[in-house]
Design a protein around this ligand. Structure first.
Ligand SMILES: *Cc1c(COP(=O)(O)O)cnc(C)c1O
Length: 226
């Protein structure tokens, strides 16, 4: 088990609070005692990318943890996290949104979601483009939903050393966020989250206007590849 990097946690938390941003501790693959240690240092937002791991960890940490689902989510698994998930960052289709709405209704909840936007050059990353975002937000299906709250956008930049490229991608997402807020959410104060930035690029993300950074390795040490 790797150790918690308390120095990094304090430094990143300070930077986040200077930017009015929330630090999400990405705890995927990490054991419960490490999450508990992060909790004891004051962290309350934890991010996981697998439904089963989220389900397994949730009852083992204090009830005031806010659990963020940050990984690709299959529709048939939404029901397992609907009772407790705080925010789903990875919504990339209307059909997934419909399923979340349905399961949230069964739980008598309103679940906060972010729409994931494809900003990276890599083909493999999930997400909507600007046209698909527009189509989703103007659809009748979405407008009838009462058990989801679209709280903002999420994106992942290309994995590259080219900081200009990362800045362009984050800059584009920030612009799309501002435009979407002004166009579709002018009367809805819930739309305020821009989730971008990971261990390798969170400083660029905060400078570009991120309000939520999702950081794993810098807090918990690097993950074994598996
Ligand atoms: C793993 C993961 C992160 C955190 O990655 P680090 O490089 O360890 O900070 C952030 N966002 C998503 C969607 C992830 O899957």
């Amino acid at each position: 088990m790797t150790a918690l990097n308390t120095e990094n946690i304090q430094r990143i938390q300070q930077l986040c609070s200077a930017h009015n941003a929330t630090l999400i501790a990405v705890s995927k693959t990490k054991p419960i005692p490490l999450l508990q240690a992060a909790y004891d240092l004051g962290l309350r937002d934890f991010g996981e990318n697998k439904v089963q791991e989220l389900q397994n960890k949730e009852p083992q940490l204090p009830a005031d943890v806010r659990w963020h689902m940050i990984g690709h989510l299959q529709r048939n698994k939404v029901k397992y996290i609907a009772p407790f998930v705080y925010m789903i960052h990875s919504v990339d289709s209307l059909r997934l949104l419909e399923e979340i709405n349905k399961r949230a209704k069964q739980q008598d909840r309103v679940i906060k979601v972010l729409l994931q936007i494809h900003i990276a050059a890599e083909e493999t990353k999930f997400g909507l483009d600007a046209d698909e975002l527009h189509a989703l937000l103007t659809s009748d299906t979405y407008q009838k939903m009462q058990h989801i709250s679209i709280s903002g956008l999420m994106g992942m930049a290309t994995f590259t050393d080219d900081t200009d490229q990362i800045k362009r991608e984050f800059g584009y997402l920030k612009q799309l966020f501002d435009h979407t807020k002004a166009t579709y959410f002018a009367a809805d104060s819930a739309f305020q989250v821009l989730s971008m930035g990971m261990s390798g690029d969170y400083e660029l993300a905060l400078a570009a206007g991120s309000t939520m950074v999702r950081i794993g390795s810098l807090l918990f040490g690097s993950r074994a590849m598996h």
